[in-house]
Design a protein around this ligand. Structure first.
Ligand SMILES: *Cc1c(COP(=O)(O)O)cnc(C)c1O
Length: 391
């Protein structure tokens, strides 16, 4: 037999757009011996996970579960269950993930009505109002809360109100927002929402927490056509996770352990504390970057603390810098997507990765690498960050 090498990837600090670093307690939990997926002990873990997910989503929604699959599976589950062929769906696009939603809407046989906004900016409620007034009856409006491709935080409350007035369902992508910034599912009258485990929840990728309102469940029961996807059929998944415990598929046991532990960590810290922590470290990071003379992509009021997009200075080689960060410091950051490819970096401060030591190390490393490429920082980033922490 060929001698395959031992699995031994390099030591990394994950400060990109996800995955984020995972807390040792979560890693340890994943090594817990398996039980069967219908074992009473496992059912208790599923029940507690649902309970904790409701807390993190700030909802009372009965249908709140973790889909087997990454965030995109949650996106697909929400759209494929709510849309029938011929339905109209407004899809707001101000980045890469809005585009993905539109693609799925088309594959459902529904008609996406695209509302475009400039990448790096928010979708304006006035634009939503106009589109909804123009097109008449529409099944749902879908929007990304935290656009990971640009670092924009999309305010949702006003748009929610407009969507409700139009009698449509409000669908939200919370993959990068959940457990990093407030996500108030019930208060914002969100009908269907999905997330992923590997961003601010700081769990490995592999599960997608979703939640559906009573109105969304009603729409699903009123369907006249079957759901195209067998695997993502919420009716069957609901009875697998519900009282019936009807076998649908085998839940990924070790991942379920991991999510349970990661959610416990989120709630032990407390949502408010967690949001505060993300804000604090982002503030220090931005202070450091700006002191070095770099410019942030997003206007301050719409910046995501967990995903900081910054323009690459003139004359600096994007790939060389990221390679040096990885090889010399073990730090991963993200490159730009779409119109920001080669023009911006995306620095993640998600969950367990969001810490003072990471901020300081990244600023020092970046300053050093930039200097090697001939860029002269206006001031030292780490000094500005220190000052931000002292305030
Ligand atoms: C990461 C991400 C997704 C996709 O999640 P995967 O886990 O990669 O499938 C969807 N939407 C947003 C906003 C994301 O950041």
């Amino acid at each position: 037999m060929k001698n395959y090498t031992d699995l031994n990837p390099g030591k990394r600090i994950l400060m990109g757009p996800g995955p984020s670093d995972v807390h040792p307690r979560v890693l340890k939990t994943m090594a817990t011996p398996l039980v069967g997926h219908l074992d009473p002990d496992f059912l208790e873990i599923m029940n507690e996970t649902r309970e904790m997910l409701r807390e993190v989503y700030q909802t009372k929604n009965e249908l709140t579960i973790a889909i087997s699959g990454t965030g995109s599976a949650g996106m697909e589950a929400v759209l494929v269950n709510l849309l029938e062929p011929g339905d109209k769906a407004v899809v707001c696009i101000n980045g890469y993930f809005g585009e993905r939603m539109a693609d799925i809407v088309r594959r459902c046989g529904a008609e996406p009505i695209i509302l475009n906004a400039e990448w790096g900016t928010i979708v304006e409620p006035d634009e939503v109002k106009k589109v909804l007034a123009d097109i008449g009856k529409v099944k749902l409006l879908a929007i990304v809360h935290a656009e990971t491709s640009t670092g924009v935080r999309q305010p949702l409350e006003e748009i929610s109100r407009l969507v409700k007035e139009a009698g449509a369902l409000f669908v939200v992508d919370a993959v990068t927002s959940l457990a990093g910034i407030p996500v108030e599912t019930d208060k914002w009258q969100i009908d269907a929402i999905y997330s992923g485990t590997q961003k601010c929840i700081s769990c490995p990728p592999g599960l997608s927490p979703v939640s559906f309102s009573e109105a969304a469940r009603e729409v699903m029961t009123q369907r006249t056509t079957p759901i195209q996807s067998w695997y993502l059929d919420m009716k069957m998944l609901g009875s697998y996770w519900g009282q019936e415990r009807f076998y649908h598929h085998t839940a990924p046991i070790s991942m379920s352990y991991a999510l349970h532990e990661a959610l416990r960590l989120v709630l032990e810290e407390g949502l408010e504390e967690r949001f505060k922590r993300h804000k604090l470290h982002s503030k220090a990071l931005v202070a450091g970057l700006e002191a070095m003379g770099l410019e942030m992509v997003v206007a301050p009021e719409y910046r995501l603390p967990e995903l900081n997009s910054v323009y690459i200075p003139e004359g600096i080689d994007d790939v060389k810098v990221r390679k040096a960060l990885l090889s010399d410091y073990g730090i991963e950051i993200g490159g730009g997507l779409g119109k920001f490819k080669g023009k911006a970096w995306r620095i993640g401060l998600m969950g367990y990765s969001c810490s003072r030591d990471n901020v300081m190390l990244l600023l020092a490393a970046l300053e050093n690498i930039l200097q090697e490429q001939g860029y002269k920082a206006a001031q030292h980033g780490i000094i500005a960050a220190q000052q931000a922490y002292r305030k």
